[in-house]
Write a protein that binds this ligand. Sequence first.
Ligand SMILES: Nc1nc2c(ncn2[C@@H]2O[C@H](COP(=O)(O)OP(=O)(O)OP(=O)(O)O)[C@@H](O)[C@H]2O)c(=O)[nH]1
Ligand SMILES: [Mg+2]
Length: 244
Amino acid sequence: MAKSAPDEEAGKIDKGSLEGKGLVDANIEAGRWLFTQSCDFLRGATSIENLPPPGAPEIAFAGRSNVGKSSLVNALTGRKTLARTSNTPGRTQELNFFVLGPAAHPALTLVDLPGYGYARETKARVALWTELVMSYLRGRVELRRVLVLIDARHGLKENDHEVMKLLDEAAVSYQIVLTKTDKLKPSEVAPRIEEVRMGVRRHVAAHPRVIATSSVGGEGIAELRAEIAALADLKSIGYKPQAV
Ligand SMILES: Nc1nc2c(ncn2[C@@H]2O[C@H](COP(=O)(O)OP(=O)(O)OP(=O)(O)O)[C@@H](O)[C@H]2O)c(=O)[nH]1
Ligand SMILES: [Mg+2]
């Protein structure tokens, strides 16, 4: 059997789901270009009344506390301290909005959400998630996709299924992104992707492709940028696809 390229071996680029190498390269290039644009913190919202007005297409980052949402926003944008990260679960308490591209007409908004499932969660935080976060997710017309982050070491937990069920019911489309793959042996990554892929099959609004990432090692970041770029308004900020 022919030996696969190193990227394929590491599960970084799932070429099987895309139509040929040219398209893969074009998407990767669009993603790379998008994330070289300026990126600024726009607002932290603690209530539905102070969400920013509708603007560019949005991608939201959801997942259990400490799964690596804020770190992934930083890894994608190549800025270490844009979103605040912490070892203590429950660091992000607001819906934090970041815009990519010119401030007057950005191509994309990234939304770093508070986590769920923190063991010592107070009633107030559970209410924050179910009321504030879910009403944002339900009502936001610009929202193109929610990335539901899952720690690659732990896989899907009951509260992940509960949140995915809420998203299914609200018809919000979402995609699973595994985080912290640097904590697994390379040989453990592909079986975990497969296990999670099978685990989300019963969820109607789940995108079938699972992307495995590490904010520390950089695995999967180019691929995720490409996936996100396909949902952004690149033409509005002057992107011209290059022949690859
Ligand atoms: N090894 C490793 N550690 C990571 C990775 N991503 C995040 N971490 C660590 O995991 C911890 C939590 O990261 P955050 O990005 O703050 O997690 P979060 O999901 O935003 O957490 P909350 O805001 O509390 O919900 C931090 O100590 C990070 O350094 C990764 O890819 N690899
Ligand atoms: Mg956070």
